[in-house]
Design a binder for this molecule. Structure first.
Ligand SMILES: O=c1ccn([C@@H]2O[C@H](COP(=O)(O)O)[C@@H](O)[C@H]2O)c(=O)[nH]1
Length: 234
């Protein structure tokens, strides 16, 4: 498998294995990693991970597990045994859930990166208030990032807007995987806490998750090249 130095992770949010592989076949594992999320995995199962590994890609399995500790530990183990590069769970599942997942990977010698989702990049203050969290997103992200670090996570999913603060509190090595990446000319869609690729890297993101700005572009490879150019010039 090709280990890339690129921070880019392309989100393969497609409704079929064929559509996902059609995009993957235009991409190069030396230029990006790929993310498999809930829609694609629910439709195609482990076959998609196998197919992407077969093409040389490192895979982030973005299933955002959130359940009781024993169940999440088992799910994380199952993901890691498929050889994925990264897997995630929801930090709001709490310390015992995260610790159980960490311990399960360690007990089996599995080196898959394990990261925790803090506050979804689609959420803003009002969304948090409606689920009983009376905080600014940045404040809640910081709280969950510290808990994630203390629970043995390798990093978090957050918006790039929070990456600098997390680097300060949890260290530069702590992974900051940031969706909500939008080139200046792209629509925000359902995302709320967005940043451009260059500003995201400057803020301390370690990895940038990009979906629709590339996959729904009229010319996806041109859109990807424009993002790479923006990063090279920053
Ligand atoms: O907080 C989060 C966590 C995960 N995601 C995922 O990232 C991609 C973003 O896709 P875009 O098309 O670039 O918006 C998508 O797969 C989400 O499930 C996120 O956006 N925010």
């Amino acid at each position: 498998m090709a280990a890339t130095h690129s921070p880019l992770i392309i989100a393969l949010d497609y409704a079929s294995l064929d559509a996902a592989l059609c995009m993957a076949d235009q991409l190069d594992p030396r230029r990006c990693r790929l993310k498999v999320g809930k829609e694609l995995f629910t439709r195609s199962g482990p076959a998609v991970v196998e197919a992407l590994h077969g093409r040389g890609f490192e895979v982030f399995l973005d299933l955002k597990f959130h359940d009781i500790p024993n169940t999440v530990a088992g799910a994380v183990q199952a993901a890691a045994e498929q050889g994925v590069w990264m897997v995630n769970l929801h930090a709001s599942g709490g310390r015992r859930m995260m610790t159980a997942a960490r311990e399960r990977l360690d007990a089996h010698g599995l080196s898959t990166h394990l990261i925790a989702v803090t506050v979804l990049t689609s959420m803003e203050r009002q969304d948090l208030a409606e689920v009983g969290v009376d905080s600014e997103p940045a404040e809640q992200v910081e709280r969950l990032a510290r808990l994630s670090r203390d629970s043995g996570m390798d990093g978090v999913v957050c918006s790039a807007r929070e990456a600098a603060a997390i680097s300060a509190s949890c260290g530069a090595e702590f992974l900051k995987v940031t969706p909500g990446i939008r080139p200046a000319s792209s629509a925000a869609d359902d995302q709320r806490r967005v940043l451009t690729p260059a500003r995201a890297m400057a803020s301390g993101s370690t990895h940038l998750v990009v979906g629709r700005p590339v996959t729904q572009a009229h010319e996806p490879m041109e859109a990807l090249a424009a993002i790479e150019d923006e990063l090279a010039g920053s």
